[in-house]
Ligand binder design. Sequence first.
Ligand code: PA5
Length: 475
Amino acid sequence: MKLTETRKKELRITVDYTNMTDKYLGDKGISHKTIEAHRKIARAAHAYLAENRGKDELYTGWTELPYNQDEIVADILETAKAVRKKFEYFVVLGIGGSALGPIMAFRALCHLHYNDLPRSKRKGPKFYVEDNVDPVRMKELLDVIDIKKTCFNVISKSGATSETMAQYLIISDLLKKAGENVKDHLIFTTDAARGNLVKISKELGGVKSYVLPDGVGGRFSELSPVGLLPAAVLGIDIKAMLKGAAAMDKFCKSPDLYKNPALMLATLQYIAMQDGKNINVIMPYSDNLQYVSDWFAQLWAESLGKNITLDGKPCHVGQTPVKALGVTDQHSQVQLYTEGPYDKVITFLSVGSYKEKTPIPRGCENIPDVSFLGGHTMEELIQAENVATAYALTKAGRLNYTVFLPEVNEYTLGQLLFLFEMQTAYTGAMFNIDTYNQPGVEAGKKATFALLGKPGYELQRRDLASTGSDAEFMI
Ligand code: PA5
């Protein structure tokens, strides 16, 4: 993608938080006085992140990803080229932070029916991300791919995640049975030294591997090889994504609350949460951005849903992310958002120029209910519905704000990801919690180990056996 200075300016993402304030929401909105009263906490969050950027031990290595990957990017581009030449299918095996980023970028930056296009119209192999262990899904994936022509990118920082490793066992067994050299079909993305994929790679005689850096947790890893390799295989311009992230970083570094979009959004959400707004609806008006919601949901929920502060005080903080799609969910959830409890903030993702306009032809001239649509475009329609929904919510006193993308492309997606990551980091700092751990996820992982008989989990297995469904409560 050609990024001149003028083009970069045109593609700058902006944030409009008018509808979070009392300007149109009256006493349901946040006043300037309240924002000012939170300047101190915003300043402290800013200082905390400024001092602690890029520290592996604090898991803030992700802040440097836009700047420190030149060699890795060059290597990824080479590998991607070879993969495109050799394979017809590219399958990511991973879950959570090791899957949601690749899914999001695929949906955002590729044709919406990419896998249905003929090879001549696709930049890369057919693409699948297997982020569940539904046995039907695994079987039916195998019905549509030819494993002899498939490259499997196994993404797992720990190499100990049951879901991913179960998939790995199935795939490697099938490859062996098909008489293939297993390692030729694999690319690992994992921790540098720890982790089982390192051992497996050695056993197989050296699998092409990329490192998920120490200081980058799963949900902050899209701009690392976790997201960059699958994106590059798809022909996505990963350099432009990283440039977009770096451009957003400049704004998000500003100590001035009114010039720093991530800090302002964090502050407004922090204020909203103090006032019982415990739900954050993320509603892109774009099918391309649909899975930004899934990626964001994990980032926001796993990072902020915590029960203890960094100085050991009990707390129960976080905001439940809800995924919605404009306009589809206007006909499903917006009734609740407009008239239900005052417990939500709506985050709109709006697009200035869609890659297609799709004119609506004139017709049905005798039916005014229909004919008014003719002569417009579907772009105008979706944008009008976006504005109308924000207006209706504002009139009903509902907090909402808009992140505006002039277009959906690599550069704007990079900006968007970085904006949300910084917003999450600032919000976590305001709550004084560990934004980067996930003990709640670990608990479930360990209980699964116990249930399936992993050595070392015998005590928990006994505890599990003594709990569960009780006939008294079954109907
Ligand atoms: O954000 C996270 O850390 C998690 O969602 C992990 O990415 C997820 O549990 C997968 O872990 P791993 O990459 O170790 O397989």
